[in-house]
Ligand binder design. Structure first.
Ligand code: AMP
Length: 192
């Protein structure tokens, strides 16, 4: 079973993807996590991606499409994948359809997280403060200015994939502003 979760940064996609991963035996693939691993490893790809990520801009389509193509071929993805943060452009969505179509394992459902943007900014402020209070390092793109740009990039470049999936009949929407366990219940109901 392959699932896509779509929503602006801070909508709770990653949190829900991790819960579903454990519950359904799927593999969560977050292109954001994969890119941060490249940065941590000091790879050329990581070096190129860092400036874009810190500014809240998207990394080029061919880079993330290549990463996903390699990753879904690994044995731990055989039971299915929760795509978290990918696709982020219509170009990426089309490439993913092609890849999964070739494997005969198409997307089962695309879950859109509907959110209130101002509430996301408030959530980010809280998260930054909690990270600082815990003595941990704040992510390079975790600041209000970058978040505002990431929200703009979401509206302009990622939101067009919503009508794309609506057209395929796969799109379902959940209220991302509900408490975490309510969102989980709503998603489980969709997957029945
Ligand atoms: P995330 O952790 O999903 O919020 O991603 C953090 C950052 O990584 C984004 O703001 C982008 O700069 C980059 N990124 C992650 N996934 C993608 C993607 N599918 N396409 C392009 N850039 C991405």
């Amino acid at each position: 079973m392959n699932i896509i979760v779509i929503g602006p940064p801070g909508a709770g996609k990653g949190t829900q993807a991790k819960i579903l991963e454990a519950e359904y035996g799927l593999k969560q693939l977050s292109t954001g996590d994969m890119l941060r691993a490249e940065i941590a490893a000091g790879s050329d790809l990581g070096k190129k991606a860092k400036a874009l990520m810190d500014a809240g801009e998207l990394v080029p389509d061919d880079v993330v499409i290549g990463m996903i193509a390699n990753r879904i071929a690994q044995p731990d993805c055989a039971k299915g994948v929760i795509f978290d943060g990918f696709p982020r452009t219509v170009e990426q969505a089309k490439a993913l359809d092609k890849m999964l179509g070739e494997k005969g394992k198409p997307i089962k459902v695309v879950i859109e997280f509907a959110v209130n943007e101002e509430e996301l900014v408030n959530r980010l402020r809280t998260r930054i403060q909690q990270t600082i209070d815990a003595g941990q390092q704040v992510r390079g793109d975790d600041n209000e200015e970058t978040l505002r740009n990431r929200l703009k990039v979401f509206r302009e470049q990622t939101a067009p994939i919503i009508p794309y999936y609506k057209g395929t009949g796969l799109l379902k929407t959940v209220d991302g502003m509900l408490p975490i366990d309510h969102v989980t219940q709503a998603i489980k109901a969709l997957l029945k």
